[in-house]
Design a protein around this ligand. Structure first.
Ligand code: FNR
Length: 190
């Protein structure tokens, strides 16, 4: 059966460039992957007081954790906010990492695509996200890299890639991720 991949998008806005890239890359994925967008809006800001000591976690947290736990890998799309990751994405990562010792991220193969209209392709956000992934023990695809700069110029008004170069690059990326997921499937503890 195909490997189940959570697609986590760090932007909450409807016309998000990251979301458009996510849809395009999902469409290019090989049959060995089954990709589902896991939404991160509606997750209350992480606060340890909201669970434990007889209090059950907010339902949206539990649903999110169960959803990620059921997957074989994670593909992140992140915008860059002030040279780092958006708070909404960091919040989702923090929620998935707790309670202590019950992280849903551990061992899951992952990859990061950063998408920005700017020239640096979200490099800062991409690497801040990597810092968390290293600690969370997620085997992280290193090559090919995906720092997408000038992203709005690569999409047509229909939200689809408007040039063959980007399509081929992203096809190579998702194929490499599929191979990465196969390689690390055994280490996934989800
Ligand atoms: C930005 N933007 C931005 N871009 C960038 O390349 N580096 C940065 O540090 C920042 N900082 C930043 C902070 C905040 C608060 C906002 C709202 C925006 C611009 C950002 O890349 C742009 O809005 C993208 O379109 C956001 O991604 P989505 O929502 O299109 O996926």
């Amino acid at each position: 059966p195909p490997k189940k991949i959570a697609v986590v998008i760090g932007s909450l806005r409807q016309q998000s460039l990251n979301r458009q890239f996510a849809h395009e890359i999902i469409a290019l994925a090989p049959a060995s992957l089954s990709l589902d967008i896991v939404e991160i809006d509606g997750l209350a800001l992480f606060n340890e007081d909201l669970e434990g000591n007889g209090t059950s976690a907010p339902e949206a947290w539990t649903r999110f954790r169960q959803n990620i736990a059921s997957k074989d890998g994670v593909l992140f799309f992140t915008p860059e906010y002030n040279r780092s990751v958006p708070a909404a994405l960091k919040n989702a990562i923090d929620i998935g990492s707790r309670p202590y010792g019950e992280s849903v991220w551990a061992g899951k193969p992952a990859a990061i695509v950063s998408v920005s209209p700017g020239a640096t392709g979200g490099f800062g956000a991409n690497h801040h996200l990597r810092q968390s992934m290293v600690f969370l023990d997620m085997p992280l695809l290193q090559q090919p890299e995906a720092y997408i700069g000038g992203a709005q110029k690569l999409l047509g008004p229909d939200g689809k890639f408007n040039n063959e170069f980007t399509t081929q690059l992203m096809k190579k990326f998702i194929d490499a991720f599929a191979a990465w997921v196969e390689l690390h499937a055994a280490t996934s503890r989800g």
